[in-house]
Design a protein around this ligand. Sequence first.
Ligand SMILES: C[S@@+](CC[C@H](N)C(=O)[O-])C[C@H]1O[C@@H](n2cnc3c(N)ncnc32)[C@H](O)[C@@H]1O
Length: 336
Amino acid sequence: MIATIISERKKHNPVLLNEVTSIISPQYGGTFIDCTFGQGGYTRKILDFEKTNVIALDRDEDSIKIANNIKKGFKNRFIFENKKFSELHKLSLNNKDIKAIIFDLGFSLDQIKNQDKGLSFSSKGELNMRLGLNSFSAKDAINKLEQKQLEDILKFFGEEKEYKRISYNIVHERKKKEIDTSGLVRIIESSKRKKNYRVHCATKTFQALRIFVNKEISELINGLVNATKILKKNGKIVVVSFHSLEDKIVKYFFKNLSENKNSSRYVPKINDKINLLKLINKKPVIPSEAEIKKNPSSRSAKLRSAIKQYDTAKIETDIYEKFENLLEIENYSKKL
Ligand SMILES: C[S@@+](CC[C@H](N)C(=O)[O-])C[C@H]1O[C@@H](n2cnc3c(N)ncnc32)[C@H](O)[C@@H]1O
């Protein structure tokens, strides 16, 4: 996620690019899956090494044009699919040995600058926040959900402390007229009692709505599970996340599959549970001072990675139970 600050820079800077490259070692060749192609920053870097192949995915159809340009130079080594990464297991891989699957979560600078997507507080017009391949928008959520449902979204997806006042005011205001992006910002501004001048007051609400609209919780969980399934022994999973909720899910998933114990009451005791994954870095890798200075929106990035230790598509994880409450909130969209 390129934070919610729009910088003056023109181009999306791939975050932690050198750190990701040093984990996946493209200099030795192989096939890689870039689950979040975006502007193609990671893909291009991998393709710069001979004997590499990249299969890239992105849910945003605006990525197709960028992918078509890359295809001109790397026809036989690059494939792009306009798909969500939760559908990784549907790729026809023909039993290919994938060296690494990479996730660079959130959205790119180009997406936040695109007024039509409505990801930024300064966007004009209808609420949207759809990254692509969605079934509803932020407009539907804000104008149709019940007050309690809005409260849950703001509280759990945005960690917004003033979730009650904001949700109350949304429901009150929408009776008068449909709420658009600037209307929502005004409601948030007037609802907030505590002012924090370092962060825009709508940051948390916008984050919460974006997560809800794009079903980012189930996308991430299914993406991690399916990535682990399709990898063979020694295949790597690399995830760059940008907010604490994402990092919590990635951290739990890797821990859950790399520790030989039943960490949860939800899973029946199994004595011979294997450590399917091994952590590559015990602690998350974060951007250097120099990277943050050059690209301030990288400051919240955290990179976690793991390597698969056995050739099996069978996975024992309680990740769905662990994050059941968040998945239930995502399901409020069923009525939209
Ligand atoms: C931070 S950008 C990636 C930037 C990219 N690494 C680069 O260097 O240009 C995240 C990208 O992931 C895409 N994305 C987010 N969620 C996705 C999902 N569930 N499935 C596929 N793509 C997704 C967004 O559309 C966006 O283009």
